[in-house]
Write a protein that binds this ligand. Structure first.
Ligand code: DC
Length: 225
């Protein structure tokens, strides 16, 4: 029997991971964070000193990278060539490098295959940029989760501040606007709302309200839970 798949796409800082993780827990689904996979690839390129504009270097390096994921106490761990890098990929530097290098087809092809394989083996809620449009076009439920750039910047600012990381709100907002532009305008699998996706704008919603809205949408699309 086909598994029930929920695809959640949207721009950086829309709250996709927090929301998807909470929904996975509530529904007993597996949460797949595809951004973490692009981040792990980006970490590899950074470590090798390959600049993001070096398309040939990135293409060549792709054949030396193996990304896998596993789950420890329900949380996803990303393994880069045998090393668990989950704790190293959450920096702004790695996020920006992931955005800059995810434009290349060899990077995408490698990861999309892994993502599709995961969705075939379990009920998953998968978040990213191209899940509803490219990775899981047959997902039963598709959500486009967004919020205004100001709200997203403020959330990221609070998150970093809480972790004791020095940051500047205006810089974060500028970064978010640039990242949106790159993710939306790239040639391969750009960020966009799938035609059959439900739009959820979380700017004025609490996380609980967003979780409920998405579970409601999934029920309307046939989820029995
Ligand atoms: O969601 P995130 O911030 O962890 O993602 C980091 C970058 O990875 C994002 O800016 C673009 C890229 N990405 C992608 O191209 N496709 C996905 N499905 C997920 C992330």
């Amino acid at each position: 029997m086909a598994h029930f798949n929920i695809a959640v796409d949207g721009p950086a800082g829309a709250g996709k991971s927090t929301i998807a993780r909470a929904i996975a827990k509530k529904l007993g689904f597996v949460y797949v964070d595809t951004g973490a996979m692009y981040r792990a690839m980006a970490l590899y390129f950074l470590r090798r000193g390959i600049p993001p504009e070096d398309e040939e270097g990135i293409r060549a390096a792709c054949s030396d990278v193996e990304i896998t994921i596993c789950y420890q106490e329900g949380s996803q761990r990303v393994i880069l060539n045998g090393e668990d890098v989950s704790g190293l990929i959450r920096t702004e530097e790695v996020g920006n490098m992931a955005s800059a290098t995810s434009i290349y087809l060899p990077v995408r092809e490698k990861l999309v295959e892994l993502q599709q394989q995961l969705a075939r083996t379990a009920d998953v809620i998968m978040d990213g940029r191209d899940i509803g449009t490219c990775v899981l076009p047959d997902a039963q439920c598709k959500i486009y989760l967004t919020a205004s750039p100001q709200v997203r910047a403020k959330r990221r600012y609070e998150e970093l501040k809480e972790k004791g990381i020095a940051c500047n709100l205006e810089e974060i907002e500028q970064d978010i606007i640039e990242r949106d532009y790159r993710d939306i305008h790239r040639e391969h699998s750009p960020l966009k709302q799938a035609e059959d996706a439900d739009l959820v704008d979380s700017s004025d919603m609490t996380p609980d309200q967003v979780v409920e809205a998405i579970i409601d949408a999934a029920r309307k699309r046939g989820l029995k839970a």
